[in-house]
Design a protein around this ligand. Sequence first.
Ligand code: GLU
Length: 543
Amino acid sequence: MDYKDLANVIYPDAKSIEYYEEMYKPRNLAQGAEVTRFAPSPTGFVHIGGLYQCIINRALAKQTGGVFYLRIEDTDQKRKLENGVEQIVQALAKFDFVPDEGMISENEGKGDYGPYKQSQRREIYHAFAKYLIERGLAYPCFATPEEIEEIRKKQEAAGLRTGFYGVWAKYRNLPVDEAIERIKNGESFVIRLRSNGREDRRIKVKDAVRGHIEFPENDQDAVLIKADGLPVYHFAHVVDDHLMHTTTVVRGEEWISSTPLHIELFNDFGFKVPKYAQVPSILKEDDGKKRKISKRKDPEAAVDYYHKEGIPSDAVCEYLMNIINSSFEGWRKGNPDKKMTEFKMELSKMGVSGAVFDMVKLLDVSKNVIAKYNAKQVYDFAYTWAKEYDEELAKMLENEEYALKVFGIERENSKKPRKDLSKWSEVKNNIIYMYEAPTEFDFDKITGEDAKKVIEEYLKVYNFDDDKQTWFDKIKDVAEKLGYAREVKEYKQNPDNWPGHVGDVSTVIRVALTGRRNTPDMYEIMQVLGKEEVVNRLSSVCK
Ligand code: GLU
């Protein structure tokens, strides 16, 4: 009995790996085209770090005329969530991430390299495991949890590294006959790598973000296939990224220490090792210390959070691009109207130490992103958001014609469009006075009867049809008539000469109309409110 017999007993029906090589031919892409993938577990949850990886993946694929695909890594059946794939697909779609290939719904994939869900690739993994067993590069291991525990304890007591390696790999040298016997008896087993690595030898790994990293070789007889017949991450990564012809593996830095094992596996099969880009985690400042942003503690770790808050997807993506390549900020300043995807992202320019997530900065990016939208875009985004999250706002926005005028204030024809919105959840408060007359008036300098007088005088001269210049001249006239300085400049030269200036007068009108001291352009506001509403609001203050 030899390894071939053993392999046949374990996987009697497995096909040859050539069969799959034939089936998944190299992709027909130009030289230099990068094939990337996002490979989450189907937990239904997309972490902000996952979105950040997607941005990198998409940029690499787009920049080189390659392919970006979505693979679902569901070999850990415990972590699976009902509808988890669908939720990931939907969450990505909200950020405009529709991968070129891969899973497109809970059970459907698109493309020639599927299935794109690992639990549906069982036979493929078995074929590749069989190949290794036949060559003596993998073997069945029958260790029970108790045996594993015992080995660990002995290693710890002796101050040694834990794990299955060298003499500690208990079933590594089990005679083939005995192994076959045990399998035939129905004993449970896993498949382990028979590692040829040595801890005292070093290998160099090239990482596209970090440059060269040196490690000891892998010498662990790592589990490749679990007792349930599904592979562990390491094995699935090697098989899938080979067969799907991934050129560039973008993944979290937590995988760096496993790269020697992955390289050993690629070498055992004689496959080309892909380019690795192991990207730093997104951090959070907590009590003066930096830590990984966490799904458990931080609501902003889930991409759904941004959607609920109404932070535009474009803003989240632009902010993340700032983290990925700090040169993006300068590029954006120089190219305010270009699509983000036109920026050339470079892995070698990524920081290696992990960026701290900064909500203030994100909202600032968001303000700039929203400032570039026209009234119709703002309306569509805000209304869509409101229909899902804020019934009252949705009602307000039902009259599209009016809402477009409201959102057009200091936006449509303005050289410097307003920047007072960073998320859709701010819209209601931002525009409420265009829908409801204010009930509280906190005038600034000119108050009480003096304020009423200002409004009475203004009502006498107000004419809806005035152009902006005439409109402003009339406010100056009112100021002058009531003994305030007509120009701010003259007031500043001799402040003791007047009780206030034209600015104070217009503040009274502004507060009377909107209840606020700061608003966008008052002339535009009055035009949108309309003659009747303006007169009503002003008159009611004088009563
Ligand atoms: N499923 C792995 C994870 O979620 C994927 C890592 C990879 O991209 O290779 O961490």
